[in-house]
Design a protein around this ligand. Structure first.
Ligand code: PLP
Length: 436
């Protein structure tokens, strides 16, 4: 399968090139030249397949011969070595738990698959791949734990000092091996600016083989389709064959993958795009005007995105047809006050703790179901992170009910390994060169 740029359908590259480029030169995003249709006998019998079998079928359809079957199977089994269960909370209310990977967030699907694909394509003796990432918390953990021990790679993570949660910091800073963490005395935006400047620096590019691991990489999008098919498989086992998905959205990679799964033949009745106050997309769906804004800070900070980078992929899939879009997607946005109330409502109703991102998805699902009553349609909201990653947002009663996974307890004794740097490009550059 070749991949084209959303800015220029004639610009085509193979999968390996799309992965290492991350973004085409023309600043579009890569999309598969044709969206493959999965056979009806696969879709109708999804309940007979395991997650890793589903992943293999879906990935082979998208990649064709870019990676030989046995190698692709090995990559999938190594990357997706955790569950994505659909848990029933109430009548037609299910939660798809995507937080059972090592960093306790759904970004593990994308980061682990991408890291292994990159590791696979890197040949022995080639220059080490230097991955630079800026994180506000969740991406860094997924990328660090995803690339940990992957040969021929070195990961440098920049995070804002004092602005990530304790568990997030432990996930970033206790790895060693091929992972280095740098605390920047500044904000997430400062970290991102430093990384951007590094990518544009001639001397650094000469010396290192730099790449980014951010969410626009096609190798992060593809594995996120797997859990939509796998969720449907689980619903079939419950006797449900109609589904709507409510997706807490920031950069719109997650819901973009769901829409790709739908385009490949997964029968999804509807998608619900749930955002916090960063409501560029819900506003666009209402008004037809796309007006990106600077991001505002919220409790669900992994969704604080004012100009979602994956939105162009969604527009591309719908060929800019706003009517078609509105038939398949409804947008909702909520304030922090509503998020806090929702966390409490979900806890009172189901004795279940949701992280602030997930809360927004449940609320949107509930509001959508109030307007679209249909006993046949199962509502599934995606839980994108384990609540223990965001301890500050919960009341003591709810915080007490959170079961902290064993993997988090294991992190506690491990020493923190970081370098503190000022928010200054020269300092960052000379660190990279000195430690090259
Ligand atoms: C990254 C993230 C999101 C947003 O996902 P997108 O694919 O960027 O829309 C939502 N919730 C959590 C917990 C995240 O880490």
């Amino acid at each position: 399968m070749d991949f084209y740029s959303t800015n220029n359908p004639d610009l085509r590259v193979g999968f390996k090139e799309a992965v290492f480029n991350s973004m085409p030169q023309d600043k579009g995003l890569y999309m598969p030249v044709t969206i493959p249709q999965l056979p009806a006998n696969f879709i109708d019998n999804l309940d007979e397949y395991t997650l890793s079998e589903i992943a293999f079928h879906v990935a082979s359809a998208l990649l064709e011969d870019a990676i030989p079957a046995d190698d692709l199977k090995a990559i999938i089994n190594d990357a997706i070595n955790f569950y994505a269960p659909v848990v029933k909370l109430g009548d037609n209310v299910y939660v798809l738990e995507l937080f059972h990977g090592p960093s306790l967030a759904f970004k593990d699907f994308g980061a682990r698959f991408m890291s292994r694909v990159m590791g696979y394509f890197l040949k022995d003796g080639e220059k080490v791949l230097d991955v630079l990432v800026a994180t506000s918390g969740d991406t860094g953990g997924a990328v660090a734990l995803g690339f940990l021990g992957v040969p021929n790679t070195r990961i440098t993570i920049l995070y804002p000092k004092g602005k990530v949660s304790p568990i997030q910091e432990q996930q970033l800073t206790t790895n060693g091996q091929n992972i280095r963490a740098i605390e920047i005395d500044g904000t997430f935006d400062d970290c991102q600016a430093l990384v951007k400047q590094a990518f544009g620096d001639a001397e650094l590019n000469e010396k290192f083989r730099l790449t980014s691991a951010n969410s626009i990489n096609i190798a992060r999008l593809i594995p996120q389709t797997f859990y939509y098919f796998n969720a449907y498989a689980q619903l079939l086992r419950e006797g449900k064959s109609k589904v709507v998905f409510a997706v807490p959205s920031g950069n719109f990679g997650n819901i973009g993958a769901g829409l790709l799964a739908w385009k490949m033949g997964l029968p999804v009745e509807h998608f619900i795009a749930a955002t916090n106050a960063n409501d560029t997309v819900p506003q666009f769906l209402k008004s037809g005007k796309y007006e990106p804004k600077p991001s505002v800070q919220t409790l669900s900070n992994a969704m604080d995105v004012g100009n979602p980078s994956n939105w162009v992929r969604i527009m591309d899939m719908f060929k800019d047809d706003l009517k078609g879009l509105n038939q398949q997607i409804t947008g909702y946005s909520y304030t922090d006050a509503e998020t806090e109330t929702t966390i409490k409502q979900v806890f009172d109703k189901y004795n279940y703790v949701v992280c602030p991102h997930t809360a927004i998805a449940w609320k949107a699902l509930t509001d959508w179901q109030a307007d679209n009553t249909n006993d046949e349609v199962a509502g599934v909201f995606l839980s994108t992170a384990h609540p223990c990653k965001f301890p500050d947002v919960f009341t003591p009663e709810i915080a007490d009910a959170i079961e902290v996974p064993a993997s988090v307890k294991d992190l506690e004794g491990k020493p923190k390994q970081t370098v503190v740097l000022p928010n200054d490009f020269d300092a960052f550059k000379s660190y990279l060169i000195k430690n090259g």
